[in-house]
Design a protein around this ligand. Structure first.
Ligand SMILES: [Zn+2]
Length: 152
């Protein structure tokens, strides 16, 4: 009986990992799901072009950010610069969950189409995640291109 339960837990663990492998699942705000340093995050750009970084649990629900650190760099034509992030619990969108997360204190430069580097640090070394910020809706999955889950 004990052995059967253990096998069940292993399967559940594998399924949990598969659900967020690659960029196949949208985040709770419709943002990009990012696996970094053993944790899962969501990057989401709100209507005012401010970036939000949420810590997600295994079911991809936002949970309060703990001691994790995050920095954000953008590389528009004017050159790479750091975007200040501050901890906030203000919801990122109407009806969104009020949970402690990181949000940029200024709007991201427009037009988008530049590379974004998100550096997150939980336990251990900081991990850099790079992607191109394109907000236009993907024709396949209807999500913003930066959060596309269909490889369109
Ligand atoms: Zn897509």
């Amino acid at each position: 009986m004990k052995r059967i339960m253990a096998a069940g837990l292993v399967v559940a663990g594998l399924l949990g990992a598969a659900a967020v492998a690659g960029n196949r699942t949208a985040g709770p705000h419709g943002g990009r799901v990012i696996e970094a340093g053993g944790a899962t995050y969501e990057f989401y750009l709100d209507a005012q072009h401010r970036a939000h970084v949420f810590l997600l649990d295994r079911s991809l629900a936002p949970v309060a950010m703990g001691r994790q650190q995050a920095t954000l760099r953008v590389a528009p034509n004017e050159g790479t610069r750091k975007i200040p992030l501050a901890r906030t619990s203000a919801p990122a969108k109407k009806g969104g969950k009020a949970v402690i997360h990181w949000a940029s204190t200024e709007s991201l430069p427009e037009p988008e189409g530049y590379q974004v580097t998100l550096s997150v640090r939980g336990q251990g070394k900081p991990v850099n995640v790079r992607f191109v910020l394109i907000e236009q809706a993907c024709r396949g999955c209807k999500l913003p291109e930066y959060a596309c889950i269909c490889d369109h």
